[in-house]
Design a protein around this ligand. Sequence first.
Ligand code: TRP
Length: 339
Amino acid sequence: MSKKIILTGDRPTGKLHLGHYVGSLENRLKLQEEEDTEMFIMIADQQALTDNADNPQKIIESVTEVALDYLAIGIDPNKTTIFLQSQIPQLPELMMYYMNLVSVSRLQRNPTVKQELKSKNFGESIPTGFFTYPISQAADITAFGATHVPVGEDQKPMIEQTREIVRDFNRIYNKEVLVEPEIVLPPKKQGRLVGIDGNGKMSKSLNNGIYLSDSPKEIQDKIMKMYTDPNHIRIEDPGQVEGNVVFTYLDIFDPNKEEVESLKEHYRRGGLGDVKLKRRLNDIMQDMLRPIRERREELAKDKEAIYKMLEEGSKKAEKVAAKTLAEVKEAMGINYFKK
Ligand code: TRP
């Protein structure tokens, strides 16, 4: 089997939450241990700046928060290259050449960009950097020769666009220089973790998340506030399991599936109170998040070490990107002085 190269990343716009954990971080931990697999994890600060130009401080602070989250859950810089997008000058250089292969109307048709443009209310003032970020993302992916890109469903159009760029580039310059990546979607069941309010996915903007760095009290308060069955008023009332966030979480995080099934039956019958269930979930979540939080607090004491790790990862990443860029320029015939 040939080697798998994995490139994935996150926009640093805040700390990571349980939704990130279930949707992608857990999977990365598995991939990290796979044989014949090399993984790059990029903190996409440049991409985050494309719609946060006026608030760089938020992005800068989130860079270390996200790095801490990675390390706390067990991403190991000795096995996985963690790097910072803005420190790899070859990425925007690649983007420069790819931009010539993508029409404005093709970008306008990108469903994720379309939807984001609507929700962000840029009006007539769409930042060019934001509009073109799918091309920058194609540079991120191809610079490392990524064969697999594990991302959420919303990133499908980005991978599709990257594949088009790869095909066009290789055809026009008549060489198999770039690698066409495959998307790796999270397993259906874990697609998107619902927020504590039951309103769609967990997200910072909806303020319905449990963070990897939350204190024991924050975790408990959030679980006690969780959306259950609004018609389950008295303990004796029959309750509904479907759409009940506490059960959704027990299904995912409770290792004792049999007990969860019998709790569901009991709840449906009536006679099982929400508080009892929430206490059970709280115990599970506290046990799961405690070691992560403690590790995070320890690591957070030494910011210098975090930057050092990112610097080393970025140096390693730059070498790989430089090789790809050299091949790209050679294929295009613009390697004037190295002929
Ligand atoms: N767009 C991704 C997100 O919003 C972040 C990202 C940037 C990314 N470049 C990437 C993901 C390359 C995978 C591959 O989460």
